[in-house]
Design a binder for this molecule. Sequence first.
Ligand code: SF4
Ligand code: SF4
Length: 158
Amino acid sequence: MSGIIHVIEGLWVTFRRSLPRPVTVQYPEERPHIYPRYRGRHVLNRHPDGLEKCVACALCAAACPTGAIYVEAAENTEAERHSPGERYARVYQVNMVRCIFCGFCQEVCPTGAVTLGPDFELAQYTRADQIYSKERLLVPKPDANTGVQADTPAPRGR
Ligand code: SF4
Ligand code: SF4
């Protein structure tokens, strides 16, 4: 008797799998579902007070297996302070042509400054546009009244 039940269960699984199910989405009208741990375009995060989390230690550049990250540091001054540390990233670039989205840069960053966000739309017309500058990666300053950052994916792990 139990053998027949197992056969019926097996046939039921086969029947369910044989029903046609859509595997495509009508992109760009229909947005694909992005899983929470998806590693897309880099994001440079800020502290809640608006200061940049990046202190230009260049650990991310050292850890990157493809040499996709370029960091140039500069000193903060009291008159012009960008980050809480002594230094900030005057230049921060990610070459998306080289990047393999391994996430090492995010793992080694001591301040949670760089995270890989959900943005997967990275097609460009020129190679030069594939160099993402700090200005393109840095999240906007938080709203002065609410403290809420616009378009900011939550940093993971820190
Ligand atoms: S995700 Fe990997 S390959 Fe891309 S910049 Fe970071 S460390 Fe380099
Ligand atoms: S993103 Fe993180 S690891 Fe890279 S330079 Fe800035 S603080 Fe250092």
